[in-house]
Ligand binder design. Structure first.
Ligand code: 9D3
Length: 266
């Protein structure tokens, strides 16, 4: 997959994509990342990329000319069938199922805005989809573009070093993670839960699923209503559904049914 980022700060992108899982995915040729700077598409001596908003108000708006020219240049380096995505606080939420959908595309042009935003006519003529990474105010689309690229990279076959089987981990799909422990067996007066050193893999699996269900109930009950995230969305096998119901019931029974979700019992 080839990804292009249209940005006034290409160094921000280049610096980050060299590291970790992402850097390895690039080295392995699973993914390539290029950048295009609207400033390179200006015609005036001052290389002006922004201007005051029609109608007045604070801040500046990215001018349509240089930005649309940069999007065109970036698109020309992507295979046919690529999608042009504008990262914006006004977009639909980016989530794991959207990551899986984008992963299937041959290429992606990610447009990062700055200032108050971009001229609406660029959205009308040069953007296929608008995505937000969450309900908080950032200062531009570069970090969101990197978030999207990172989520895509780890979905590429061969990007992760461990050969994790999707079958093996699917039992906790769509849930928050269970607690993790490593050596030593006692730290800060706290022991590793006995079940994890028991060698009883069926018991360990059920303990982990119950922990994941309990944590999810407590901090993200919305995920339980959704069913699951990702490719298995809403397609939990009947047996898994029954097991989850049983273990969630156990969790609720043990912590006291009267506590509402979101209340971490102490
Ligand atoms: C009128 C209020 N605005 C400024 C306080 C609107 C506004 C303009 C530009 C809010 C954010 C931004 C810059 N944000 C992004 O480019 C952005 C973003 C975000 O802020 N939150 C979540 N996802 C994204 S994706 C791009």
């Amino acid at each position: 997959m080839h990804v292009e980022v249209v940005t006034l700060f290409p160094e921000m992108i280049r610096q980050v994509v060299g590291h970790g899982v992402l850097g390895r995915a690039l080295e392995r040729g699973l993914l390539s990342v290029g950048t295009e700077n609207p400033r390179a598409h200006t015609q005036d001596a001052h290389q002006t990329v922004d201007d005051r908003p029609y109608g007045g108000g604070p801040g500046m708006v990215l001018k349509p000319g240089p930005l649309s020219a940069a999007i065109a240049a970036a698109t020309a380096r992507c295979p046919p069938g690529s999608r042009r995505v504008y990262l914006s606080a006004q977009g639909r939420p980016f989530d794991q199922s959207k990551a899986a959908e984008l992963k299937a595309l041959p290429g992606l042009v990610l447009v990062a805005g700055r200032y108050e935003g971009i001229d609406e006519r660029v959205i009308a003529t040069s953007i296929d989809e608008e995505l937000s990474i969450g309900d908080y105010v950032l200062s531009g689309g570069e970090l969101p573009a990197l978030v999207v690229i990172d989520a895509l990279a780890r979905l590429m076959d061969g990007a992760l070093n461990d050969a994790r089987s999707s079958v093996e981990e699917s039992f906790a799909d769509g849930l928050l993670d269970w607690p993790h422990y490593t050596r030593p067996e006692e730290f800060a007066g706290l022991k590793v839960p006995e079940v994890l050193t028991s060698g009883d893999h069926a018991r360990i699996r059920r303990w982990r699923l119950k922990q994941a269900l309990g944590k999810t109930w407590t901090v993200r009950p919305d995920l339980l209503l959704k069913g699951a995230v990702g490719k298995d969305e809403g397609r939990l096998a009947e047996r898994e559904r029954a097991e989850r119901a049983e273990l969630l019931n156990e969790f609720l029974h043990e912590r006291g049914r009267r506590e509402a979700p979101n209340e971490e019992p102490q």
